[in-house]
Write a protein that binds this ligand. Structure first.
Ligand code: SF4
Length: 641
């Protein structure tokens, strides 16, 4: 089983023990001078321990002002080498190889994070996301950049890395030169493809002069930039041949640039698995050097099949490795149901980075905390009650039990998961169930006593003589005082999604946040007519641009209608009276679905406190939050009880 995935592979002179590659993902775990911190090293070490064949690091800055994030790695001065040498030494202990990805962000950066310097680019066109107007590079700038890539390559080798990945994809500086979408130069670095590609050849030559012909250097590039007027696969085929002829040792075939809200460089759950593999396959047909594919591949069997079919030589999983750094070892041991699969939510990874924070992961809250996690058994196991089996309660229970405590988990429903159960029902979100099936397995593995269909009471908790009581009772739906809201055809979104209630053919969804929009999309999918009514000026205000764009596409596909800046005034038997900015309208409907947010459920917490029982209260029981925050709070508490 998985014979292709677990066969050795070569990139240049570097032998790699299997075909599983951790692709580069920005962490923001280094310090703001580009030095590797213990947090950064431990994060990578966990993946090496987990059995990945090759780790490609985040993009190392080649100079002090070229980075798109404040705390990414850098090898732009010799003083930085020692801290990164510690990283390579630790990774090599596990037989894993490690390449440094090196880059210049070009226009895809901002003076806010790069030390206050105006970004530069082949032409003065701003990045739609980063916004700063870049200055057009002079020829002297180009020569400096080429020199800096060469010097950076030398430092990579001196720090003990096994190779280099040159980042010429995703719209960063070298990709900007390659693309007619951004490169409007009319000198020898612009115009025809040979001119646009010239800088890449000169960078490669500068690197080879420093590290020699034997040191593996591969290149990552976007085979299709997926923007109007940008580079497409036809030109990328030509480029791939050029890259091979010039002496790159492998091609990492990716897609996209900043500004593409649709599929995006890091694709959300709305995008098909392995959707860029056809590009890799096309390139593989015309080159002899190895090809790496990537994007929404989260299952080892899927990866194995792609290699078996000859579509790629290696398979990259960036987010798959965040979600479960032990994926290779578990896959090799046949423990596929023990893998914590990436669900494509983007909340903890790109979502956190967009906000300028460090990377994390919704399903794996230990990401970024590896350096302070101690999973050893406690000396004095305690009796712990966890009340509520939503994400926060699950993480608390699993990790407290993992450390040796005796944990009882109370859940009033007939299954674990809380609101995360209904979160799996809307279109494209089925993989959310993988987190709950994983959690079920862990509860079993660590011996948590799970009491389903059990509403915990003060008496039960008193009789249980627990040392610690954790309240994770989550939230209750908000029900505003609207006339008619208690009519029988008014239902909660969660009940509608999970099929607990019947619903008419024509539905008004009150609330246009994420839950309301997803519920409307679900209704559309089952051929109901859904109309959203939202008070705010826009739908899904809390969502990132990529998720919003994709969910909107699904809603359009299922003909969901919406009103924004519109207030529900009254619910009637066959209609809803709403007020827009300039008029009142009566919208006919058979059913009304409430998706108006949540408030903390504090009933049991209040009762326990009144009875003098000391409790820990977390996540939605304290403040309305989301699964990312709930999981993190549960994990942190479970690790410290
Ligand atoms: Fe995957 Fe979501 Fe974790 Fe990102 S936050 S790695 S998309 S599960």
């Amino acid at each position: 089983m998985l014979d292709y995935l677990f066969s050795k592979g070569m990139i240049g002179s570097c032998e790699i023990k299997n075909r599983l590659v951790v692709t580069a993902m920005v962490t923001n775990y280094c310090d703001n001078k580009g030095y590797a911190t213990e947090r950064y090293i431990r994060y990578h070490e966990e993946k090496a321990k987990g059995g990945w064949g090759l780790i490609i690091t985040e993009d190392y800055a080649i100079d002090a002002h070229c980075m798109g994030y404040e705390c990414i790695a850098g090898l732009y001065n010799d003083d930085q080498i020692a801290s990164h040498a510690k990283l390579t030494e630790r990774i090599h202990k596990y037989g894993t190889k490690i390449f440094a990805q090196i880059y210049h962000a070009g226009k895809q950066q901002s003076a806010k994070v790069n030390g206050g310097v105006q970004p530069m680019a082949p032409s003065a066109i701003p990045c739609p996301w980063c916004r700063d107007l870049p200055r057009e590079m002079t020829k002297a700038d180009i020569q400096t950049v080429i020199h800096n890539f060469g010097e950076c390559a030398r430092r990579v080798k001196e720090a003990g890395f096994d190779g280099i990945e040159l980042h010429a994809g995703h719209g960063y500086l070298l990709a900007q030169f390659l693309s007619p979408y951004i490169n409007k130069r009319i000198d020898e670095y612009g115009g025809c493809l040979d001119n646009r590609a010239r800088i890449v050849k000169e960078v490669l030559d500068a690197m080879r002069a420093q590290v020699g012909d034997d040191f593996p250097i591969m290149i990552r590039f976007s085979a299709d930039e997926d923007m109007p007027g940008a580079r497409d696969i036809s030109e990328s085929r030509v480029l791939a041949k050029m890259f091979e002829e010039w002496g790159f040792d492998a091609l990492h075939v990716s897609s996209g640039v900043y500004g593409d809200y649709n599929k995006q460089i890091v694709s959300p759950m709305y995008v098909k698995h392995a959707w860029t593999v056809d590009y890799a396959e096309e390139i593989k047909k015309i080159v002899k050097i190895p090809v790496i594919t990537v994007n929404r591949i989260n299952d080892p069997r899927m990866a194995d099949g792609l290699i078996a079919m000859g579509k790629t030589d290696f398979v990259g999983m960036g987010r798959g490795s965040l979600a479960d750094p032990e994926l290779p070892n578990k896959a090799k041991a046949g423990k596929l149901d023990d893998i914590r699969y990436c669900i494509g939510c983007l909340q903890g990874c790109t979502g956190a980075l967009y906000e300028g924070g460090p990377v994390t992961c919704l399903v794996n809250p230990s990401v970024g905390l590896e350096y302070k996690c101690d999973y050893s058994k406690v000396d004095h196991p305690k009796k712990i009650a966890v009340i509520g089996a939503g994400p926060a309660g699950l993480e608390t229970a699993i990790h407290a039990a993992r450390r040796g405590h005796m944990v009882t988990l109370y859940e009033k429903k007939d299954k674990i998961g809380g609101q995360f159960v209904s979160a799996a029902y809307p279109p494209c979100k089925g993989e959310f169930t993988t987190f709950l099936s994983w959690a079920n397995k862990q509860l079993d593995k660590y011996g948590v006593r799970v009491l389903l269909n059990t509403s915990a009471t003060v008496e039960m908790i008193q009789n249980g003589e627990y040392d610690d009581v954790v309240i994770c009772t989550g939230g209750l739906p908000l029900v505003p005082p609207i006339k008619g809201i208690d009519l029988p055809h008014v239902k909660y979104a969660e009940d509608v999604l999970t099929g607990k209630v019947e619903i008419g053919d024509s539905c008004i969804v009150a609330g246009g946040g994420e839950v309301g929009c997803e519920t409307a999309a679900h209704l559309g999918m089952i051929q109901k007519q859904a109309t959203i009514v939202e008070m705010k000026p826009a739908l899904m205000e809390e969502l990132d641009g990529v998720s919003k764009e994709n969910l909107m596409t699904v809603m359009n596909r299922f003909h969901v209608k919406s009103f924004v800046n519109t207030k529900v005034l009254e619910i009637k038997e066959h209609s809803v009276l709403v007020e827009t900015s300039n008029q009142q309208i009566e919208l006919p409907c058979d059913s009304v679905v409430l998706a108006m947010g949540y408030k903390p459920n504090t009933t049991l917490a209040d009762e326990l406190e009144s009875a003098g029982i000391k409790i820990h209260k977390i996540a939605g029981a304290v403040k309305t939050s989301n699964a990312l925050i709930a999981n993190r709070e549960g994990f942190e508490l479970g690790m410290t009880l």
